[in-house]
Write a protein that binds this ligand. Structure first.
Ligand code: ATR
Length: 279
Protein backbone atom coordinates (compact mmCIF):
# COMPACT_ATOMS: atom_id res chain seq x y z
CA UNK A 1 0.00 0.00 0.00
CA UNK A 2 0.77 3.65 -0.19
CA UNK A 3 2.80 5.26 2.58
CA UNK A 4 1.02 8.13 4.26
CA UNK A 5 2.82 11.09 5.74
CA UNK A 6 1.53 9.93 9.10
CA UNK A 7 3.50 6.70 8.67
CA UNK A 8 6.64 8.67 7.93
CA UNK A 9 6.31 10.60 11.17
CA UNK A 10 6.04 7.34 13.03
CA UNK A 11 9.23 6.10 11.40
CA UNK A 12 11.08 9.34 11.99
CA UNK A 13 10.80 8.97 15.74
CA UNK A 14 11.76 5.32 15.59
CA UNK A 15 15.28 3.92 15.16
CA UNK A 16 13.94 1.62 12.52
CA UNK A 17 15.53 2.29 9.14
CA UNK A 18 13.27 2.84 6.20
CA UNK A 19 13.75 1.75 2.60
CA UNK A 20 11.44 1.71 -0.36
CA UNK A 21 10.99 1.28 -4.05
CA UNK A 22 9.52 4.12 -6.12
CA UNK A 23 7.94 3.78 -9.55
CA UNK A 24 4.72 4.18 -11.46
CA UNK A 25 2.96 1.77 -11.52
CA UNK A 26 4.34 0.09 -8.39
CA UNK A 27 1.62 -2.27 -7.07
CA UNK A 28 3.19 -5.34 -8.63
CA UNK A 29 6.74 -4.79 -7.41
CA UNK A 30 8.13 -7.82 -5.59
CA UNK A 31 11.02 -5.83 -4.09
CA UNK A 32 9.25 -5.26 -0.72
CA UNK A 33 8.62 -8.97 -0.30
CA UNK A 34 12.20 -9.90 -1.11
CA UNK A 35 13.89 -7.17 0.95
CA UNK A 36 11.60 -7.65 3.97
CA UNK A 37 12.34 -11.39 3.87
CA UNK A 38 16.08 -10.71 3.99
CA UNK A 39 15.67 -7.94 6.59
CA UNK A 40 13.83 -10.36 8.88
CA UNK A 41 16.23 -13.22 8.21
CA UNK A 42 19.22 -11.09 9.09
CA UNK A 43 17.62 -9.59 12.20
CA UNK A 44 17.85 -6.02 10.88
CA UNK A 45 15.66 -3.26 12.38
CA UNK A 46 14.28 -1.92 9.11
CA UNK A 47 11.26 -1.89 6.86
CA UNK A 48 10.96 -1.81 3.06
CA UNK A 49 7.87 -0.35 1.41
CA UNK A 50 6.68 0.75 -2.02
CA UNK A 51 5.60 4.20 -3.11
CA UNK A 52 3.89 5.26 -6.30
CA UNK A 53 5.02 8.73 -7.37
CA UNK A 54 4.57 11.21 -10.16
CA UNK A 55 7.60 12.75 -11.80
CA UNK A 56 6.93 16.15 -10.16
CA UNK A 57 7.23 14.54 -6.70
CA UNK A 58 10.70 13.05 -7.22
CA UNK A 59 12.74 16.00 -5.98
CA UNK A 60 10.97 16.43 -2.68
CA UNK A 61 10.75 12.71 -2.12
CA UNK A 62 14.46 12.09 -2.65
CA UNK A 63 15.37 15.00 -0.35
CA UNK A 64 14.09 12.85 2.52
CA UNK A 65 17.31 10.84 2.16
CA UNK A 66 19.32 13.90 3.21
CA UNK A 67 17.01 14.41 6.18
CA UNK A 68 17.49 10.72 7.07
CA UNK A 69 13.76 10.12 7.02
CA UNK A 70 14.52 7.51 4.38
CA UNK A 71 17.71 5.42 4.35
CA UNK A 72 17.61 3.98 0.86
CA UNK A 73 15.52 3.99 -2.31
CA UNK A 74 15.19 1.56 -5.18
CA UNK A 75 14.02 3.13 -8.41
CA UNK A 76 12.02 1.36 -11.08
CA UNK A 77 10.18 2.20 -14.30
CA UNK A 78 9.84 5.01 -15.40
CA UNK A 79 12.18 6.98 -13.11
CA UNK A 80 15.62 5.37 -13.48
CA UNK A 81 16.85 8.29 -15.56
CA UNK A 82 14.68 11.11 -14.25
CA UNK A 83 15.95 10.79 -10.64
CA UNK A 84 19.48 11.72 -11.74
CA UNK A 85 19.16 15.55 -11.39
CA UNK A 86 18.31 15.12 -7.70
CA UNK A 87 21.41 13.10 -6.79
CA UNK A 88 24.82 14.45 -5.71
CA UNK A 89 27.01 11.76 -7.22
CA UNK A 90 26.71 8.83 -9.61
CA UNK A 91 28.74 5.62 -9.76
CA UNK A 92 30.49 4.89 -13.06
CA UNK A 93 27.81 2.29 -13.80
CA UNK A 94 24.98 4.75 -13.19
CA UNK A 95 26.69 7.50 -15.18
CA UNK A 96 27.51 5.37 -18.21
CA UNK A 97 24.01 3.93 -18.42
CA UNK A 98 22.21 7.11 -17.29
CA UNK A 99 20.22 4.75 -15.14
CA UNK A 100 19.89 4.62 -11.35
CA UNK A 101 18.05 1.89 -9.46
CA UNK A 102 19.67 2.27 -6.02
CA UNK A 103 20.00 5.45 -3.95
CA UNK A 104 21.84 5.80 -0.64
CA UNK A 105 23.35 8.45 1.64
CA UNK A 106 27.06 8.49 2.42
CA UNK A 107 29.57 11.20 3.46
CA UNK A 108 26.74 13.73 3.44
CA UNK A 109 25.98 13.02 -0.21
CA UNK A 110 23.10 11.36 -2.04
CA UNK A 111 24.59 8.62 -4.25
CA UNK A 112 23.01 6.93 -7.25
CA UNK A 113 24.13 3.49 -8.36
CA UNK A 114 22.96 0.87 -10.85
CA UNK A 115 22.75 -2.72 -9.58
CA UNK A 116 20.77 -4.01 -12.59
CA UNK A 117 24.16 -4.46 -14.25
CA UNK A 118 25.55 -6.81 -11.62
CA UNK A 119 22.13 -8.49 -11.47
CA UNK A 120 22.25 -9.35 -15.15
CA UNK A 121 25.92 -10.32 -15.02
CA UNK A 122 25.48 -12.64 -12.03
CA UNK A 123 22.42 -14.33 -13.54
CA UNK A 124 24.37 -15.18 -16.71
CA UNK A 125 27.40 -16.37 -14.74
CA UNK A 126 25.21 -18.65 -12.60
CA UNK A 127 23.94 -20.24 -15.81
CA UNK A 128 27.57 -21.15 -16.64
CA UNK A 129 27.21 -19.68 -20.12
CA UNK A 130 30.48 -18.09 -21.27
CA UNK A 131 29.71 -14.87 -23.13
CA UNK A 132 33.28 -14.13 -24.18
CA UNK A 133 33.41 -13.29 -27.90
CA UNK A 134 29.73 -14.09 -28.37
CA UNK A 135 27.31 -12.13 -30.55
CA UNK A 136 24.28 -10.85 -28.69
CA UNK A 137 20.97 -9.72 -30.15
CA UNK A 138 18.77 -7.52 -27.93
CA UNK A 139 15.06 -6.99 -28.54
CA UNK A 140 13.82 -3.68 -27.12
CA UNK A 141 15.31 -0.32 -26.20
CA UNK A 142 13.55 0.44 -22.92
CA UNK A 143 14.82 1.36 -19.47
CA UNK A 144 16.76 -1.81 -18.69
CA UNK A 145 18.67 -2.09 -21.97
CA UNK A 146 21.59 0.29 -21.14
CA UNK A 147 22.31 -1.83 -18.05
CA UNK A 148 22.31 -5.03 -20.09
CA UNK A 149 24.61 -3.51 -22.70
CA UNK A 150 27.03 -2.28 -20.00
CA UNK A 151 27.15 -5.79 -18.51
CA UNK A 152 27.63 -7.44 -21.92
CA UNK A 153 30.56 -5.15 -22.74
CA UNK A 154 32.06 -5.95 -19.35
CA UNK A 155 31.69 -9.66 -20.13
CA UNK A 156 33.62 -9.11 -23.37
CA UNK A 157 31.07 -10.05 -25.99
CA UNK A 158 32.21 -9.47 -29.58
CA UNK A 159 29.04 -7.85 -30.94
CA UNK A 160 25.85 -6.25 -29.67
CA UNK A 161 22.92 -5.76 -32.04
CA UNK A 162 19.77 -3.98 -30.89
CA UNK A 163 16.37 -4.01 -32.56
CA UNK A 164 13.40 -1.96 -31.43
CA UNK A 165 9.92 -1.60 -32.86
CA UNK A 166 10.26 2.17 -32.66
CA UNK A 167 13.56 2.75 -34.40
CA UNK A 168 14.25 6.27 -33.01
CA UNK A 169 14.51 4.89 -29.49
CA UNK A 170 17.78 3.17 -30.35
CA UNK A 171 19.41 6.59 -30.97
CA UNK A 172 19.70 7.17 -27.24
CA UNK A 173 21.46 3.81 -26.88
CA UNK A 174 23.85 4.67 -29.71
CA UNK A 175 24.77 7.89 -27.90
CA UNK A 176 25.59 5.95 -24.74
CA UNK A 177 27.38 3.07 -26.48
CA UNK A 178 29.04 3.95 -29.80
CA UNK A 179 29.90 0.40 -30.82
CA UNK A 180 26.49 -1.19 -30.84
CA UNK A 181 24.75 -2.08 -34.08
CA UNK A 182 21.05 -1.83 -34.85
CA UNK A 183 18.73 -3.67 -37.21
CA UNK A 184 15.18 -2.96 -38.26
CA UNK A 185 12.42 -4.60 -36.27
CA UNK A 186 11.50 -7.89 -37.92
CA UNK A 187 15.03 -8.72 -39.13
CA UNK A 188 16.90 -11.48 -37.33
CA UNK A 189 20.70 -11.32 -37.60
CA UNK A 190 23.10 -14.10 -36.62
CA UNK A 191 23.48 -14.39 -32.88
CA UNK A 192 24.70 -16.64 -30.07
CA UNK A 193 22.48 -15.10 -27.42
CA UNK A 194 19.13 -13.35 -27.82
CA UNK A 195 17.61 -11.23 -25.05
CA UNK A 196 13.98 -10.20 -24.82
CA UNK A 197 14.02 -6.80 -23.13
CA UNK A 198 10.61 -5.78 -24.44
CA UNK A 199 7.47 -5.89 -22.35
CA UNK A 200 6.01 -8.49 -24.72
CA UNK A 201 5.42 -11.58 -22.61
CA UNK A 202 4.19 -9.92 -19.43
CA UNK A 203 0.78 -11.23 -20.42
CA UNK A 204 0.83 -14.98 -20.81
CA UNK A 205 -0.63 -14.91 -24.31
CA UNK A 206 1.76 -12.23 -25.61
CA UNK A 207 3.75 -13.28 -28.65
CA UNK A 208 6.64 -11.39 -30.25
CA UNK A 209 5.93 -11.04 -33.96
CA UNK A 210 9.30 -12.47 -35.02
CA UNK A 211 9.99 -15.74 -36.75
CA UNK A 212 12.81 -17.73 -35.12
CA UNK A 213 12.09 -21.01 -36.93
CA UNK A 214 15.12 -20.74 -39.21
CA UNK A 215 17.73 -20.28 -36.47
CA UNK A 216 19.96 -23.22 -35.53
CA UNK A 217 20.10 -24.84 -32.07
CA UNK A 218 22.31 -24.25 -29.04
CA UNK A 219 21.73 -20.56 -28.73
CA UNK A 220 20.92 -18.85 -25.45
CA UNK A 221 17.41 -17.36 -25.08
CA UNK A 222 17.23 -14.92 -22.16
CA UNK A 223 14.06 -13.11 -21.10
CA UNK A 224 14.20 -10.24 -18.63
CA UNK A 225 10.59 -11.11 -17.70
CA UNK A 226 10.23 -13.61 -14.83
CA UNK A 227 6.49 -13.46 -14.28
CA UNK A 228 5.15 -15.45 -16.11
CA UNK A 229 8.00 -17.88 -15.50
CA UNK A 230 8.18 -19.02 -19.10
CA UNK A 231 7.13 -16.52 -21.76
CA UNK A 232 6.23 -17.67 -25.26
CA UNK A 233 9.63 -16.32 -26.29
CA UNK A 234 11.36 -18.77 -23.92
CA UNK A 235 8.99 -21.60 -24.88
CA UNK A 236 9.86 -21.10 -28.54
CA UNK A 237 13.57 -21.01 -27.74
CA UNK A 238 13.34 -24.17 -25.70
CA UNK A 239 11.30 -26.04 -28.32
CA UNK A 240 13.92 -25.17 -30.93
CA UNK A 241 16.62 -26.78 -28.75
CA UNK A 242 18.17 -23.77 -27.05
CA UNK A 243 19.27 -22.92 -23.53
CA UNK A 244 16.78 -20.60 -21.80
CA UNK A 245 16.77 -18.38 -18.71
CA UNK A 246 14.21 -15.95 -17.30
CA UNK A 247 14.91 -12.72 -15.43
CA UNK A 248 14.33 -14.00 -11.91
CA UNK A 249 17.97 -14.26 -10.93
CA UNK A 250 18.66 -10.84 -12.45
CA UNK A 251 15.93 -9.42 -10.23
CA UNK A 252 17.20 -11.26 -7.15
CA UNK A 253 20.82 -10.24 -7.65
CA UNK A 254 20.06 -6.56 -8.27
CA UNK A 255 18.21 -6.62 -4.95
CA UNK A 256 21.08 -8.56 -3.34
CA UNK A 257 23.57 -5.89 -4.37
CA UNK A 258 21.35 -3.03 -3.14
CA UNK A 259 20.88 -4.86 0.17
CA UNK A 260 24.64 -5.20 0.53
CA UNK A 261 25.13 -1.47 -0.09
CA UNK A 262 22.50 -0.45 2.49
CA UNK A 263 22.96 -3.06 5.21
CA UNK A 264 26.60 -4.10 4.65
CA UNK A 265 25.47 -7.72 4.63
CA UNK A 266 25.18 -10.30 1.88
CA UNK A 267 21.80 -12.00 2.26
CA UNK A 268 21.20 -15.63 1.27
CA UNK A 269 20.05 -16.55 -2.20
CA UNK A 270 18.63 -20.02 -1.67
CA UNK A 271 15.65 -22.15 -2.73
CA UNK A 272 13.34 -20.28 -0.31
CA UNK A 273 14.24 -16.92 -1.79
CA UNK A 274 13.79 -18.23 -5.33
CA UNK A 275 10.42 -19.76 -4.34
CA UNK A 276 9.30 -16.45 -2.79
CA UNK A 277 9.09 -14.97 -6.27
CA UNK A 278 7.10 -17.87 -7.78
CA UNK A 279 3.56 -16.76 -7.85
P1 ATR B 1 10.04 2.35 -21.68
O1 ATR B 1 9.96 2.29 -23.19
O2 ATR B 1 9.15 3.39 -21.08
O3 ATR B 1 11.43 2.37 -21.15
P2 ATR B 1 10.00 -0.39 -21.06
O4 ATR B 1 8.95 -1.27 -20.45
O5 ATR B 1 11.31 -0.29 -20.42
O6 ATR B 1 9.34 1.03 -21.19
O7 ATR B 1 10.22 -0.79 -22.59
C1 ATR B 1 9.26 -1.39 -23.34
C2 ATR B 1 9.93 -2.01 -24.56
O8 ATR B 1 9.08 -3.01 -25.10
C3 ATR B 1 10.19 -1.00 -25.65
O9 ATR B 1 11.39 -1.33 -26.30
C4 ATR B 1 8.97 -1.21 -26.56
O10 ATR B 1 9.15 -0.86 -27.89
P3 ATR B 1 8.76 0.60 -28.42
O11 ATR B 1 9.94 1.48 -28.09
O12 ATR B 1 8.54 0.44 -29.88
O13 ATR B 1 7.53 1.02 -27.68
C5 ATR B 1 8.83 -2.71 -26.46
N1 ATR B 1 7.50 -3.16 -26.85
C6 ATR B 1 6.35 -3.01 -26.17
N2 ATR B 1 5.33 -3.58 -26.83
C7 ATR B 1 5.84 -4.10 -27.97
C8 ATR B 1 5.31 -4.84 -29.07
N3 ATR B 1 4.01 -5.17 -29.13
N4 ATR B 1 6.14 -5.23 -30.05
C9 ATR B 1 7.45 -4.94 -30.00
N5 ATR B 1 8.03 -4.26 -28.99
C10 ATR B 1 7.24 -3.84 -27.98
Amino acid sequence: GATSFKDQRVFKTSKMKKFLVIGNPIEHSLSPMLHNYWIKNNGIDAIYEKQKLNENQLKEFISQIREKKINGINVTVPFKKSVIPYLDELSIEARNTQSVNTIYFKDNKIFGHNTDIVGFETSVKKSKYDLTNKEVFILGAGGVVPSIIFALIKMRVSKIIVSNRTKEKTDNLKNLFQNIETVDWGKIPNFDMIINATSVGLKKKDNINLNFSSISKNKFFYDVIYNPKETNFLKTGKNLGNLTLNGKLMFIYQAHSAFNIWHKQKPNVNENVIKLLDK
